[in-house]
Design a protein around this ligand. Structure first.
Ligand SMILES: C[S@@+](CC[C@H](N)C(=O)[O-])C[C@H]1O[C@@H](n2cnc3c(N)ncnc32)[C@H](O)[C@@H]1O
Length: 302
């Protein structure tokens, strides 16, 4: 019998890394790849690879990784180092109080958009138990519709998107959150085929200037669909397309809210005014930038 040939005895193998050691080495790799918040992201990937909650990880940070967990984590780390977002790697994103599926070819919903939800809810305060009719234009993952339906128990929503992938993702997330019986999903070009009246119209349309897309972070440029980003030469094309339909669609006392780019609030407010809407509120995101414009139909002169 030959000794020292073939597979090494298990006793000679290096010990499996602990969870905390694995987080450290993934964080180093992500930092070298230029990823922001590498430690937080490494933790999220580890939790995803090992199927752990935050609490489970906090309670047992020195548990060793299994072979399967190490293999999955190594794949996740390579993908994140190539600048694929964590939410796409894990296929999930927390939005508002909900866990949503993040589907390929569909915009990954952003925390910024929670400002739109928060502002919308404050503008319908006092009507939270009313059967409000909501229209979500460009629904993407369905994040806004799901969040609003989660807070407005008697409301129903119509979600519209031009992208078949987005329509499927909206329907899937509405189902996942348990709202399918209060929502409809339609594939279409903004509101062109719709009739009124909706009590709450929300939209987070594409608003990036076409020339700016090449300079976006790889996480956005390479993974979010162009249809969800490109707002034309000045970023305002979609607002121009949408706003002409609003007077026809808004019910009495209805409110419309749109998300805008950080330097677009004044231009978007001016476009709303052209269509007979008056600004109700301009809300700022957590960074203090004007990101939501809310408006109502101006009272007609008597
Ligand atoms: C910035 S994403 C917003 C997605 C989602 N509402 C959110 O906030 O995460 C814009 C969405 O508008 C959709 N869209 C782009 N052009 C459209 C059009 N002409 N008609 C309807 N939807 C459109 C895109 O497919 C995309 O899902």
């Amino acid at each position: 019998m030959k000794l020292g040939v073939g597979k090494k005895p298990a006793a000679d193998s290096p010990p499996a890394p602990t969870r905390i050691e694995a987080i450290g080495s993934v964080a180093d790799r992500l930092e070298a790849a230029g990823v922001e918040h590498p430690e937080d992201e490494a933790r999220a990937l580890l939790r995803g690879a090992a199927g752990l909650t935050r609490l489970e990880l906090a309670l047992a940070p020195r548990a060793p990784l299994s072979e399967d967990e190490s293999r999955i984590l190594s794949d996740y780390a390579a993908r994140r180092a190539a600048r694929e977002p964590v939410s796409r790697i894990l296929g999930e994103r927390g939005f508002w109080t909900l866990d949503l599926t993040v589907a390929p070819g569909v915009l990954d919903p952003r925390p910024d958009t929670e400002t739109l939800v928060e502002t919308a809810l404050s503008l319908v305060a006092g009507k939270h138990d009313s059967p409000l009719a909501i229209l979500d234009l460009g629904s993407g993952s369905g994040a806004i519709a799901c969040a609003l339906l989660s807070e407005l128990p008697a409301a129903w929503a119509l979600a519209v998107d031009l992208s078949p992938e987005a329509c499927a993702a909206t329907a899937a997330n509405l189902g996942r959150c348990g709202f399918s019986d209060r929502a409809y999903v339609v594939r279409g070009r903004w509101a062109e085929a719709l009739q009124g009246g909706f009590d709450l119209i929300v939209a987070n349309p594409p608003y990036v200037r076409s020339d700016d897309i090449a300079g976006l972070d790889p996480e956005v440029r390479l993974h979010d669909p162009a249809l969800a980003l490109d707002g034309g030469a000045d970023g305002l094309d979609c607002y121009r397309e949408i706003f002409g339909d609003l007077p026809r669609l808004l019910a009495e006392d209805a409110v419309v809210l749109v998300e805008v780019g950080f330097d677009q609030a004044a231009s978007v407010a001016a476009l709303l005014a052209v269509h007979g809407l008056q600004i109700e509120r301009v809300a700022r995101d957590a960074g203090g930038r004007e990101r939501i414009v809310a408006a109502r139909l101006a009272p007609s002169p008597t």
